[in-house]
Design a protein around this ligand. Structure first.
Ligand SMILES: *[C@@H]1O[C@H](CO)[C@@H](O)[C@H](O)[C@H]1NC(C)=O
Ligand SMILES: *[C@@H]1O[C@H](CO)[C@@H](O)[C@H](O)[C@H]1NC(C)=O
Ligand SMILES: *[C@@H]1O[C@H](CO)[C@@H](O)[C@H](O)[C@H]1NC(C)=O
Ligand SMILES: *[C@@H]1O[C@H](CO)[C@@H](O)[C@H](O)[C@H]1NC(C)=O
Length: 467
């Protein structure tokens, strides 16, 4: 890390010498916990000598000297001592401060001049979620984002889950609908629907599944292990509170289980005495046919299938990257989940847009980017995102996502909608009578004639980071 370059006479250490809270020094006798009552109020003894302001050494990025309303991305990983300054606004920061956060959140430390007021918090790094490590030999882990950490993300919640080879997510069901994108590796999923029809399938990175509310299912990692993203249609969903097969057996009288299943009470002598949730199992047979349970009820019909092999769908190329959509038009069982996987090349940007019918829950899969959330009437906040972060943009609140790195940025936008739709700012204005736009925004004829009537999804651009 470039960080130790700070020790060349700028940064933390010189700041501590001038006018900061003194580090405790060793004394002959140990002072009591509290000081004297005489310290309250005006002090007749302490004379504060007015010194000179400490000379904090820093350099500004080119974007910091321009008009703050231009708001170029500031790559604070490229400077030793980033400062909350844009144009003639702001001032230096002598500390205390957390340099590590400041470096990767330049739009928090030095927001563009166009930011204003207070929006919701539209960011949660999964890296700040408390992880739940499970299994004796490491069967997996799970960490979640919900309204506990993002109080305004009320319509959807998410879980990032890992299963080692052979690791299970126990047989379970829940009140919420569960939409999933496999992020890495592969897994076998199975379920039974209310008509007793059966379902089993193998999925790999990039594939999608959906389990409706109340439909019990299990997930088992295949030989390469698996990591997947779960998105639930309830913002206050808690992954720790699902209905587990073990728990329903533990909390039903054994006499009742015996009567219900037509076996002796002793059949339940060896059931687990606690939930399993995530645990190591016997490896799934390589041939999926061995786990294809077929009964008189038949299998879940293809049109109602719980899986969609999204990884096999090629992406639709656009100027600055690519987009591919999966929504109920092609994956009907997930009747209220619409999603797009968006790739943005370096310098490119998911165009300014909003979703007319739904909030957007976003997960960053690769790279880094930034977004400004605009909320009526005049609030705007810019957030910096990296792979592993969750974003949340409420219904009809406009936003863009700009690639701020030097590799492709990839993310998934998830909506609660029967069709993936968005309103694009550029297409809207290009398709509105020029006179109306000119009267409203005072844009020149030449500007208006360059607006594009086609939806862009992702626009191309040069890297805007000032380096
Ligand atoms: C899965 O993770 C491994 C290890 O980080 C990586 O090498 C591989 O490319 C990942 N696979 C996918 C499909 O992302
Ligand atoms: C399971 O068996 C049914 C009936 O033979 C068949 O239609 C279905 O494709 C099989 N599923 C898998 C995953 O092999
Ligand atoms: C779809 O989700 C939206 C937003 O949460 C909700 O208002 C609507 O009732 C849902 N529709 C269905 C059919 O579940
Ligand atoms: C529109 O812009 C022009 C400069 O191109 C300026 O002279 C004019 O005052 C502006 N009109 C309004 C209403 O702000």
């Amino acid at each position: 890390m470039k960080f130790n370059r700070i020790s060349r006479g700028v940064g933390l250490f010189p700041i501590l010498l001038a006018g900061t809270i003194a580090a405790p020094t060793k004394r002959d006798s140990n002072p009591p916990l509290r000081g004297s009552e005489a310290l309250v109020g005006y002090s007749t003894t302490e004379k504060i000598a007015s010194g000179t302001q400490p000379d904090i050494k820093y350099s500004l990025l080119p974007g910091q000297t321009e008009n703050p309303d231009i708001g170029s991305y500031l790559d604070f990983e490229k400077v030793d001592n980033p400062q909350p300054i844009r144009g003639s606004t702001g001032s230096d920061d002598p500390g205390p401060r957390n340099y590590w956060y400041d470096r990767i959140n330049s739009d928090k430390l030095a927001p563009p001049g166009t930011d204003n007021g207070q929006t919701i918090n539209a960011q949660w790094p999964m890296g700040l979620s408390h992880n739940r490590r499970l299994g004796i030999d490491g069967a997996g882990w799970a960490r979640q984002e919900n309204t506990v950490v993002m109080p305004d993300a009320v319509d959807m919640a998410g879980v990032d889950m890992r299963l080692e080879p052979g690791g299970y997510r126990e047989l379970h069901w829940h009140v919420a609908g569960e939409w999933s994108l496999v992020l890495n590796g592969s897994c076998r999923i199975q379920a039974v629907n209310p008509d007793g029809q059966t379902f089993v399938d193998d999925l790999t990175a990039g594939d999608v599944w959906f389990f409706p509310p109340g439909v019990p299912h299990s997930i088992q990692a295949l030989s390469d292990g698996v990591e997947f993203l779960l998105v639930f249609d309830q913002g206050d969903f808690n992954e720790d509170n699902t209905f587990l097969a073990t728990e329903v057996f533990l909390h039903t009288p054994k006499s009742v289980l015996s009567k219900n299943l037509g076996v002796p009470v002793s059949a339940f002598d060896n059931i687990p005495d606690d939930e399993l949730y995530i645990f190591e199992g016997t490896p799934a047979p390589e041939d999926i046919e061995e786990q294809n349970v077929t009964t008189q009820s038949g299998v879940v019909p293809r049109t109602q299938s719980y899986s969609y092999h999204f990884s096999e769908q090629p992406a639709h190329e656009v100027a600055g990257g690519s987009v591919k959509i999966v929504d109920p038009l092609t994956f009907p069982i997930a009747s209220n989940f619409s999603a797009a996987i968006v790739t943005v090349h370096p310098g490119g940007m998911r165009e300014i847009h909003w979703h007319p019918t739904s909030d957007e829950w976003t997960f960053f899969i690769q790279g880094q980017g930034r977004a400004t959330l605009f909320t009526a009437p005049d609030a705007a906040t810019t957030f910096d995102y990296r792979a592993g972060d969750v974003g949340y943009f409420p219904q009809s609140n406009s936003h863009y996502i700009e690639n701020t790195g030097d590799e492709d940025l990839m993310f998934v936008e998830v909506l609660q909608a029967s069709q993936f739709t968005d309103m694009a700012l550029g297409q809207w204005l290009a398709s509105t009578p020029k006179q109306i736009v000119a009267d409203t925004l005072n844009l020149s004829d030449s500007t208006l004639s360059q607006l594009k009537t086609e939806k862009q999804y992702v626009v191309a651009g040069s890297t805007s980071s000032s380096d």
